[in-house]
Ligand binder design. Structure first.
Ligand SMILES: Cc1ncc(COP(=O)(O)O)c(C=O)c1O
Length: 429
């Protein structure tokens, strides 16, 4: 095992005595980074950089799983948070900031006429589903992408242990950019689909007819269309992917980057549907947490002032262009590629004839971490990423990828791993 990660490994052994998997979040756990060949704990961050518990420094392209939209310890957001901290965080009655942030979302997001706040993206997607079921009096839902850890969604993945069969039977998966797969679900369950929920985009761009086609299908069947903008919101556009693609859903879920790492999510939607929130139950002690709301308030102001989505797209395009040129130059095999929106792009890795994608990704993450880059395979940009950061990543890829390809041809990826391979997780994108 690698002494570069000595303190990480020691802390991991200690953590696993008190915390299952040693992590609160599956995608941050040792299952997702090659154990022994990557850091396991981060100590602090600043701008685009983080330091692990061994004091190794990384340019972070994971960004707290896309929660970091402006950079770690952004001075404007920290100042707003500290100001609110000195006034109090949670009270016994609602706070003025709830209305102020709601009004900002309504101004920016096409489908937003009313707003409710939660803490995680899962709160928001699950509230949307409960609302849609209450409004339509139907129980089945169609899903596409990832929507969080609650029964109604996770039951449709391979990690469905603990989810009742009767709940699993209510969720149906359809394929992105394939309207027929959704039409088949409507045909099989006539008048039973309460909601169609999807990530409006993740890896692939929508075909021109796809999102308008979804809107039409939902209208024809009396089904609510829900966009899960947990990632795309405040990233693709200040008005979300729904603004970028010009298709307005009935409800939408926001989260992740809307407060630069402070925990808050939002359900937004048309007034006629959102007012039914008064009849269902969506309620939590921390729903009106003034600290996260102060952060969201400051993030939205800064994003508007600096047009952050445009800046992310510009930096991200430099990265995608550079990576595409590199893949061409090194004559990359077809199991390597690029995908995604510039602000959230991917170096895609598929199974090669010789190795599983999990082995190939383990090697990649190992080599990137060794050279001071933290990623799970995507490029989650934030405002603190500069052209220099992008160029460093490109130079690092130029160093690693030819070796990856050579080792793959020689059948030697496994021999080249200094730690345990990452473990397959359910793939929904
Ligand atoms: C598109 C999407 N929806 C929902 C969620 C769930 O959000 P959270 O993990 O904050 O509950 C995620 C989290 O990764 C997500 O990417």
């Amino acid at each position: 095992m690698n002494s570069r990660y000595q303190h990480s490994l020691e802390l991991s052994a200690r953590a696993e005595k008190s915390i299952p998997l040693g992590s609160q979040t599956f995608s941050k756990s040792r299952l997702c980074f090659p154990y022994g060949a990557a850091p396991l704990f981060i100590e602090r961050g600043n701008g685009a950089d983080v330091w692990d518990v061994d004091e190794n420094k990384y340019i972070d392209f994971a960004g707290g799983l896309l929660a970091i939209s402006l950079g770690y310890c952004d001075p404007d957001i920290n100042a707003a948070v500290i100001e609110q901290l000195n006034k109090g965080s949670i009270f016994s009655l609602p706070h003025r900031l709830e209305t102020e942030v709601a009004e900002k979302l309504i101004e920016l997001i096409p489908c937003a006429e009313m707003v409710r706040f939660g803490k995680n993206g899962t709160d928001a997607t699950s509230a949307c589903i409960r609302l849609a079921r209450a409004i339509t009096g139907r129980e089945h839902v169609a899903v596409c992408g990832y929507h969080g850890w609650q029964d109604w969604y996770i039951g449709s993945t391979t990690r469905h242990l603990g989810v009742p069969e009767c709940v699993r039977e209510l969720t149906h998966k359809f394929e992105y950019n394939d309207l027929d797969t959704l039409a088949q679900i409507f045909a099989k369950h006539p008048d039973q689909i309460a909601a169609v929920i999807l990530e409006p985009m993740n890896v692939a761009w929508p075909e021109p007819d796809f999102l308008p086609g979804l809107r039409k299908l939902c209208d024809a069947h009396g089904t609510l269309l829900i966009f899960d903008e947990t990632i795309t919101g405040f990233r693709y556009h200040l008005g979300g992917a729904q603004t970028l693609f010009g298709v307005t859903p009935d409800l939408a879920a926001f989260g992740k980057g809307m407060a630069n790492g402070f925990p808050i999510s939002a359900v937004v939607g048309k007034r006629q549907y959102m007012c039914r929130m008064e009849d269902i139950f969506f309620s939590g002690t921390f729903g009106g947490d003034a600290i996260a709301l102060a952060a969201a308030n400051a993030v939205i102001d800064k994003m508007q002032r600096l047009d952050v989505p445009a800046r992310l797209a510009e930096r991200g395009q430099r990265l995608l262009d550079g990576l595409n040129v590199l893949l061409k130059e090194i004559n990359a095999p077809d199991w390597l590629g690029t995908a995604g929106h510039p602000s959230w792009s991917f170096l895609t890795v598929a199974d090669s004839p010789n190795h599983s994608l999990w082995l190939l990704k383990s090697y990649l993450i190992q080599e990137l971490c060794k050279r001071g880059i933290l990623t799970l395979g995507s490029h989650n940009l934030n405002l603190a990423h500069t052209n220099e950061h992008i160029d460093f990543l490109l130079a690092t890829y130029a160093e690693i990828l030819p070796t990856l390809i050579k080792l793959d041809s020689a059948g030697k990826i496994e021999d080249s791993l200094n730690g345990e391979p990452i473990q397959p997780v359910f793939k929904v994108r």
